[in-house]
Design a protein around this ligand. Structure first.
Ligand code: ZN
Ligand code: FE
Length: 252
């Protein structure tokens, strides 16, 4: 028994992510970017949504909470910040566990993109749902948090097993790859970026990625090795901050 995971594109560049515990048949949606699309996909699969798992409060993640709850009665779980825009039934913090039938998801505090951003780790399924924290070859912008906070959050994700599948909330990878090539000459990065461009040219998703692949090629996780070319820094979090700032200003 395990966890089925269904990924589908929605809105302009979001991914909808539905998960289903095989033992119980209970299903959940990670975030609610587009309620109509989520309900249609769940219907098509014959999955009954018992939970919403919010990662953060942004409208492209929690904006569909009310509509999904109305249609399904799903329990809405997320960080307290979600109540800024949407209903929440259970507020969770780092270390809390969320059951889905026989599957257990553990909450990791991954603040930085927003002040209360969390991720959900399913160790038995070797999968982590990271919202807008870690992207394939990228990471979330620092809208509410500091470089220190985001570096610490990324460090928690990087500490998961290399074969952990990483489900990001957006398809930003081609743009991230153009930036990666501008700051990193490592051959593994070049090879990966070529694969990313080929996948996107054929309309294939680049999500999920894996912790091992990100550790080897993601310029934000590799920031301490790369930041020397961008400016002076003291410590890994400042190195990360330099790479983040360079990406914010990157026109690629
Ligand atoms: Zn966001
Ligand atoms: Fe987002």
């Amino acid at each position: 028994m395990g966890l089925d995971i269904h990924l589908f594109p929605c809105l302009s560049d979001n991914y909808g992510i539905l998960i289903r515990d095989q033992a119980s048949g209970l299903a959940a949606t990670v975030d609610t970017p587009d309620a109509d699309a989520i309900l249609a996909e769940a219907d098509r699969l014959g999955w009954r949504l018992a939970r919403v798992l919010n990662t953060h409060w942004h409208p492209d993640h929690a904006g569909g909470n009310a509509a999904v709850k109305d249609a399904t009665g799903a329990e809405i779980v997320g960080p307290q910040e979600v109540t800024r825009i949407a209903p929440l039934d259970r507020s969770v913090v780092e270390g809390d566990t969320v059951p889905l039938g026989a599957t257990t998801l553990t909450v990791i505090d991954t603040r930085g993109h927003t002040d209360g951003h969390i991720s959900y780790y399913a160790p038995d399924a070797a999968a982590v749902f990271v919202g807008d924290t870690l992207f394939a070859l990228g990471c979330g912008r620092l809208f509410e948090g500091t470089a220190q906070q985001m570096w610490s959050s990324l460090g928690k994700l990087a500490a998961l097993p290399d074969d952990t599948a990483v489900y990001c909330a957006h398809e930003y990878t081609a743009s991230n790859a153009r930036f990666a090539l501008s700051v990193d000459t490592d051959p593994a990065v070049a090879a990966r970026c070529a694969a990313v461009f080929a996948a996107r040219a054929e309309g294939r998703p680049t999500v999920p990625t894996s912790i091992g692949l990100e550790k080897a090629t993601n310029p934000f996780l590799r920031a301490p090795l790369l930041a020397g070319a961008l400016g002076p820094f003291h410590g890994d979090a400042e190195a990360f901050g330099l790479v983040r700032a360079a990406k914010d200003g990157f026109k690629g």
